[in-house]
Design a protein around this ligand. Sequence first.
Ligand code: CO
Length: 171
Amino acid sequence: MVKEVIVYPDKRLKERSKEVEEFDSNLHQLLDDMYDTMIDKKGVGLAAIQIAVPKRVLIINIPIEEEDGAQPKENTLEVINPEFLEMRGESRYEEGCLSVPGFYEEVKRYKYVKLKYYDRYGKEHIIEDDGFLAIALQHEYDHLEGKLFIEKLPITKRKRFEKEWKKKIKK
Ligand code: CO
């Protein structure tokens, strides 16, 4: 089911999400709702807190270019209780966020990450990447820590954002 995405400056986005303990049907329902919501809002990733559920759950689904940007459900990476094992290098990428709609800005992050996580059945996995997925994982992980990408901007860009945002929400 498509859920409402909460938007900056909603205070819930600053909350640190809690570990998942039960890999049960409630978790599966949450993951399914997150997929429906991400697709509805045309996103490539979503953290549970963005639909107001403070659990350490995130999903990523990178559109398939050769298939008109399709995002089939079976391609969804479902990441529960993630933990970074390694991060190194540097990359810059223009990011956006469904909780900060319409705003895009370049963010500096690690180029390579290695991550341990659990799937919806509680099975442990390790994933590593040094491309777009690495960036998406860091962006979504930040949501679990109560952080948004705009907080990573240098002060001048951050100020420009706040100005633009105030104008936008007045409308
Ligand atoms: Co986001």
